[in-house]
Design a protein around this ligand. Structure first.
Ligand code: AGP
Length: 612
């Protein structure tokens, strides 16, 4: 996820662009850049790696880059690591076309190969440079102007984009196009604004246009003209934004955590799309060859916190599909216990930040032992991403809330895809089975949306337990792994003591803690363990527990035992964590909210634990 801004009017553009980018830093902050044009003089591009303030210093807060028309970008790297050369804006070699882009071009490799055959060369590793040169290619080939060139590009590109373009032949004008990535356009006092999100322009304009999918626009000073793919003009109404600035940064949600819970369908979809080609898994960008996959002797999954909980799910799914031993370990334990590692093993490090000290140390230990390593990482160019032999990038975008949600869900997808590809390459499942399970994965985004429809009921139930002293989460198999994550979400943001237990283990001691009214949340998505779980629920209910049951549609008999039931859509039960975790995220969120706590920045915690 990145942030884009644009301005054209009577004022100097650069300070407005920098101000807008500062409001969008939550969308990405590993590098930034602007391009500004002063009348019909050549456009000037300034870019910088690192936080936005470095770019501001480089341009003397925009004062050193004169001109009243410009576009800018703050980057969250997806293709090509954070660097000045990969920072936006990107341009054609003759500066005929300069652009900024938020989104992911899925077929950029094949387009790049086509453009190389047409004589283009490339200076960066980004998909955006390919997009820009594709626009340039059609602009020069058909000579029908910007809207035509952009339209021709749009019909051939797969992926998502919010694109803002400046053409050498059209000073004082910005051209935009949108598919799936957010973009709004503002007009006020004879000046026009482009932005990924409301916060960037709220200070300047409250009257905005929402550009639709597969639509384009010409943005001039104080006027915006919209076009469809055929180049026909589309009429649009202005909308007045009523949000305050802080609410705007969270997309209208009260907290980043709730915003990110709702971004999970897109995080899952983007992560799936990053390795799916024509319905099959292509790990060429991850780096593991089929021969290496066939040689793997044992898999060690090593991580911390929620990433560790992904590993617990991964262990169940990988052993079930790949039929080789899979261990999952806490990085802080793995690094000090002199682990038994065979050169034919694979060590998988899962980390959202890619900077967690214990996980990085575990990676380095594995490499010292000559063991192949693979990182599942959300931050491009982070330490773990750079040092692991292979990297599977999750495409969850920047995650601001300390309590992870969308990154956790994207990591699950990565684990499922690795399990499927390993199982297929090693002959444990057929091509047909693999494709049908991939199709099952592709139902997850919509099913998460379905679960989110139920959030008001969960909020009502959560508010009843804001005063709880203890909460217990029970499950068996994958449901135990889900319980681990549900318990962590609860305790880390509501500060209520919580424990997750393998349901069969409860009677070996902990059941003594169950008292009248103790909340016990039971997860029952695993068919063959359902009856066993009901028995465990009866055990705790007979000791006074108040029971919430979380299961799949159709298991309505749970209402004979549970005091409150939550249902999630049916899915292959190996993937159930992706759906069942959402109500538990919401439970933690709403309990914290009811307790009046700082949901996004809970006490004592940091988003990335870069120290031991
Ligand atoms: C989860 O909500 C916490 N923020 C924490 O447990 C986190 O998962 C853990 O610190 C690992 O972080 P990483 O994924 O960045 O390595």
């Amino acid at each position: 996820m990145c942030g884009i801004v644009g301005f054209v009017g009577k004022s100097q553009a650069a300070p407005i662009l920098l101000d807008g980018l500062a409001k969008l830093e939550y969308r990405g902050y590993d590098s930034a850049g602007i391009v500004v044009r002063d009348g019909d003089k050549p456009a000037e591009i300034v870019k910088a790696k690192g936080r936005l303030k470095i770019l501001a210093e480089k341009t003397n807060d925009g004062k050193s880059v004169p001109g009243c028309c410009g576009i800018g970008h703050t980057r969250w790297a997806t293709h090509g690591e954070p660097s000045e050369i990969n920072a936006h804006p990107h341009k054609s070699d003759d500066m005929n076309v300069v652009a900024v882009h938020n989104g992911i071009i899925e077929n950029y490799q094949e387009i790049k190969e086509k453009l190389i055959r047409k004589g283009y060369d490339f200076y960066s590793q980004t998909d955006t440079e390919v997009l820009v040169k594709y626009v340039d290619y059609y602009y020069k080939k058909y000579q029908m102007g910007p809207i035509d060139a952009i339209a021709k590009t749009m019909v051939r590109v797969r992926g998502s984009y919010a694109l803002a373009v400046m053409f050498k032949d059209y000073p004082g004008e910005i051209y935009v196009a949108r598919k799936d990535s957010p973009m709004i356009l503002g007009v006020e006092n004879g000046e026009s604004y482009v932005a990924s999100d409301v916060p960037a322009i709220l200070k300047y304009a409250r009257n905005v246009y929402y550009i639709g999918n597969m639509e384009m626009a010409r943005v001039a000073a104080g006027e915006v003209t919209f076009y469809n793919l055929d180049g026909d003009v589309i009429e649009k109404e202005l909308t007045e934004i009523k949000w305050d600035a802080e609410a705007a940064e969270k997309g209208g949600y009260e907290h980043f955590m709730m915003k990110e819970i709702h971004e999970q369908p897109k995080a899952v979809q983007d992560t799936l799309n990053s390795v799916l080609k024509d319905g099959a898994i292509d790990l060429s960008n991850v780096g593991l060859s089929e021969e290496e996959i066939r040689e793997i002797h044992q898999i060690h999954i090593v991580a911390c916190g929620s990433a560790y909980h992904v590993g617990v799910v991964g262990q169940y799914v990988m052993e079930d599909l790949v039929r080789i031993p899979v261990r999952v370990e806490l990085a802080s334990e793995f690094r000090y216990r002199n682990p038994l590692l065979d050169p034919k093993d694979l060590v998988v490090i899962i980390s959202q930040s890619g900077e967690t000290a214990d996980s990085l140390a575990a990676l380095r230990l594995a490499k010292e032992r000559g063991v192949k390593t693979l990182g599942i990482v959300n931050v491009v160019g982070s330490s773990i991403a750079r040092e692991a032999d292979n990297v599977f990038y999750t495409l969850a975008g920047p995650e601001i809330a300390v309590a992870t949600t969308k990154a956790y869900s994207a990591q699950l997808i990565a684990a499922y895809l690795l399990a499927l590809q390993f199982a297929k390459v090693r002959g444990e499942i057929t091509e047909e089975t693999c494709r049908s399970l991939i199709a099952e994965l592709q139902t997850i985004p919509e099913k998460i949306e379905d679960v989110l429809e139920d959030k008001e009921r969960i909020q009502w139930f959560a508010s009843k337990f804001a005063g709880a002293k203890d909460v217990f989460f029970l499950g068996r198999g994958v449901d135990y792994a889900i319980s681990l994550e549900g318990s962590l979400k609860m305790k880390e943001i509501s500060y209520i003591h919580s424990e997750a237990y393998a349901a069969g283990e409860l009677k070996h001691g902990t059941i003594s803690l169950i008292e009248d009214g103790t909340l016990v949340i039971s997860v029952l998505t695993q068919k063959e363990l359902y009856e066993k779980m009901i028995s465990n629920m009866v055990e705790v209910k007979s000791r006074g527990a108040y029971l919430m049951g979380l299961t799949t549609y159709g298991n309505y008999s749970i209402e004979d035992t549970a005091d409150f039931s939550v249902f999630v859509p049916k899915i292959d039960q190996r993937f159930a964590a992706s759906l069942a975790v959402v109500p538990l995220q919401l439970m933690g969120y709403y309990v914290s909210l009811a307790r009046g706590l700082d949901v996004d920045k809970p006490r004592n915690l940091a988003k990335s634990v870069t120290v031991e």
